[in-house]
Write a protein that binds this ligand. Structure first.
Ligand SMILES: [Zn+2]
Ligand SMILES: [Zn+2]
Length: 476
């Protein structure tokens, strides 16, 4: 074995040179590795680092300015003109987010001419929700990774998180989902607005509404606090509701695998963005509501823009695709409902017995044979709607003909009820052959299965139902 000079040096000398001895004094001490950088969002909260977890710029923009401004607004008299202006500007800036940031830039659900794009970019900037580029990219990520850790406003982390929390806490950019935004980068309006966002924000959110009220009717303070900050706060929460409320309350007529929901209340506060289950299924459709009476002012505005020549190529999904979604979702719900009901033991799981054995066992309990299937009606004899005597006359016998119209043509409900009393199948009985034939004749319906692979038994196609022509077909 080869030896080194250090290996041959006395042990005490090594200790002097290396204050902390490595595991093997023969080898040089291992290089001190720089500890892996752990992003702040993955570090636990401590008294020393809690403030690093907070995105302070966002806190100022979405909490501190709104709270301070709204408090100031409360102490500022609201004159009618300012109130009308604030409401109008609220609609303008809110709609620029829904029709512009969302449906135009994030989803490209229509094309807009340059003047319309400039207006939407300017007023959208006045909503103080970030630049188009940032907003639309994040929203595309939300659609791509809905309800997962990569979804920036993942509602699975709680309603408050999806509403506001996601902007308050610092996130690891490496963990964010990625999407293509080359089309956004190619739009000069988007590029300009992104580069000059601070200017756009200050002018459009605060100075412009203040100057309109100030120069128009001398209400500078009301213009700033009511039309500026209070209005901005309302727009904020209206938009935030799409991320929170629209993933929380309402129906899921198109697909229920993920959280988006349709609700008129959410639509009312979000300029029509509340039909969010539809929107996540058909994101590039310029509509969110598809029925004429549903509240979707953003859709109406885009339509109006088309009429005046500022918008074109309004995209819609085909009615066929939309109705397919509705049918499949309803089918899924029906299947779930069906699976909760008792349809009787499946025929293939029933024991096969000889006819003689059936007769023998019928002496001990009330067994009735119908269409080759043995039913135990012991607990039903007393409550038979047609009377005790009639049902008793069938015990131990083949009551197929009697049950299927010989005495009374039993209802669909009666066949369903009978199925829950099945206990066996007769080997090779004639009626067994009959229901096998019935299976063959109606194979599309009788052997159809739901999404959980349970047999679907449609009304009128129960195996105990023997249609009259089966017996008389050959006689004619
Ligand atoms: Zn969503
Ligand atoms: Zn969307």
């Amino acid at each position: 074995m080869a030896s080194t000079t250090s290996a041959s040096a006395p042990e005490s000398e090594i200790r002097k040179r290396v204050p902390i001895p490595p595991a093997d004094p023969v080898l040089p001490p291992p290089p001190v590795l720089k500890p892996n950088y752990v992003h702040i969002s993955e570090q636990p909260y401590t008294l020393a680092n809690w403030y690093k977890h907070i995105n302070w710029l966002n806190v100022v923009l979405i909490i501190i300015i709104p709270v301070a401004g709204c408090t100031a607004a409360v102490f500022t008299p609201l004159c009618t003109k300012t109130a009308v202006w604030a409401f109008f500007y609220y609609a303008m800036t809110g709609m620029s987010i829904t029709a512009g940031y969302h449906r135009l830039w994030a989803h490209r659900s229509y094309n807009a001419k340059l003047p319309l794009r400039i207006v939407l970019a300017a007023f959208g900037g006045g909503a103080v929700e970030g630049s188009i580029r940032w907003w639309a990219a994040g929203h595309r990520v939300h659609h791509r990774y809905t309800d997962t850790d990569r979804d920036p406003y993942n509602v699975r982390r709680g309603l408050l998180y999806s509403h506001l929390g996601w902007m308050v806490f610092v996130k690891n950019p490496k963990k964010a989902g990625r999407v293509d935004i080359s089309d956004l980068n190619a739009d000069p309006v988007v590029r300009w607005q992104h580069r000059n966002y601070v200017l756009v924000l200050v002018v459009m959110a605060f100075l412009f509404p203040m100057c309109v009220a100030g120069l128009g009717w001398g209400d500078w303070k009301g213009g700033l606090f009511w039309a500026g900050i209070a209005r901005m706060t309302v727009v904020h929460h209206a938009t935030f509701c799409v991320n929170s409320l629209a993933h929380w309350i309402g129906d899921q007529p198109f697909d229920d695998r993920r959280s988006p929901r349709d609700h008129v209340l959410t639509a009312l506060v979000t300029f029509g963005e509340g039909y969010h289950n539809f929107h996540h299924e058909f994101p590039s459709d310029y509509r969110n509501a598809i029925i004429w009476y549903q509240y979707d002012p953003t859709k109406w505005t885009i339509w109006l823009m088309k009429k005046i020549g500022l918008a074109s190529d309004l995209k819609t999904f085909s009615q066929n695709a939309i109705e397919q979604g509705i049918v499949q979702q309803r089918q899924k719900k029906l299947d779930k409902w069906r699976s909760r009901l008792n349809w009787g033991v499946p025929l293939e799981q029933l024991p096969v017995i000889e006819f003689e054995e059936f007769q023998e066992q019928a002496k001990e309990r009330a067994l009735v044979l119908i269409a080759g299937v043995v039913h135990d009606v012991t607990n039903f004899v007393e409550s038979h709607p047609g009377g005790k005597a009639l049902i008793q006359s069938g015990i131990g016998k083949d009551a197929t003909a009697v049950f299927n119209g010989g005495v009374y043509e039993h209802s669909n409900a009666a066949h369903n009820l009978l199925a829950t009393m099945r206990v066996g199948v007769i080997r090779g009985g004639m009626e067994v052959e009959i229901w096998k034939q019935a299976h063959r004749e109606h194979k599309d319906t009788v052997i159809a299965q739901d999404s959980e692979e349970n047999a679907i038994v449609r009304a009128g196609f129960q195996p105990t139902r023997i249609n009259a022509p089966v017996m008389s077909a050959g006689a004619a």
